[in-house]
Design a protein around this ligand. Structure first.
Ligand code: ATP
Ligand code: MG
Length: 169
């Protein structure tokens, strides 16, 4: 299972609707400084609902809406190789903002998306997205902390948690 493409609309520097195909295998995004490469990664974190736990580069969610278009919504859709589409939209109002999540075009709760992605092995505490600075941090952490990350990636961390809870009962 892999991401076949994303569609970004009015998100950060992408004022126009932009489709980016991800080919099977390896995709490289290149471009000058400030051209929006990292914003594409931010759009993935946003749509995968990983934004609260991992460093999305924005102070508030409404900072993700393009500043120049005059529109009040930003939207990112991700398509997976099995045809599943998840979409997240953020809408700014005079006093607040709203976040909407869609699964194959149907409005769902954010948690429904989180649970679906967990089945694919995409988890907020996981390392599906390796952010700038992560490698240095991993190199500098203690053996014990590094082991926790390896357990997480190998998928044994959840059993460790279950074991601890079972022993407590
Ligand atoms: P580098 O090579 O330096 O890492 P990059 O290609 O990763 O650059 P990004 O960080 O993705 O660049 O893009 C930065 C640009 O996005 C800046 O010019 C910034 O002004 C613009 N930007 C960020 N948020 C918004 C927004 N809400 N509306 C319009 N432009 C935005
Ligand atoms: Mg960058």
């Amino acid at each position: 299972m892999y991401i076949t493409g994303i569609e970004i609309d009015n998100f950060k520097s992408f004022s126009k609707k932009t489709s980016i195909p991800f080919l099977d295998g390896f995709t490289v995004i290149s471009g000058p400084n400030g051209s929006g490469k990292s914003n594409i990664i931010d759009s993935l974190l946003f749509a995968l609902a990983l934004s609260s736990s991992r460093g999305l580069r924005a102070e508030k969610l409404t900072d993700l809406i393009n500043l120049n278009s005059g529109r009040n919504t930003a939207e990112v859709a991700i398509t997976f190789s099995d045809g599943t589409e998840i979409r997240r939209r953020i809408k700014r109002t005079a006093s607040s903002y709203y976040s909407y999540n869609y699964l194959n075009g149907r409005l769902v709760k954010q948690n429904d998306i989180v649970e679906l992605l967990a089945k694919y092995g995409i988890k907020p505490e996981g390392y599906n997205v390796v952010m700038q600075g992560d490698i240095t941090r991993i190199m500098e952490m203690s053996d014990f902390e590094r082991r926790k990350i390896i357990d997480e990636i190998a998928g044994v961390a959840e059993f460790e948690g279950k074991k601890v809870r079972a022993l407590e009962e």
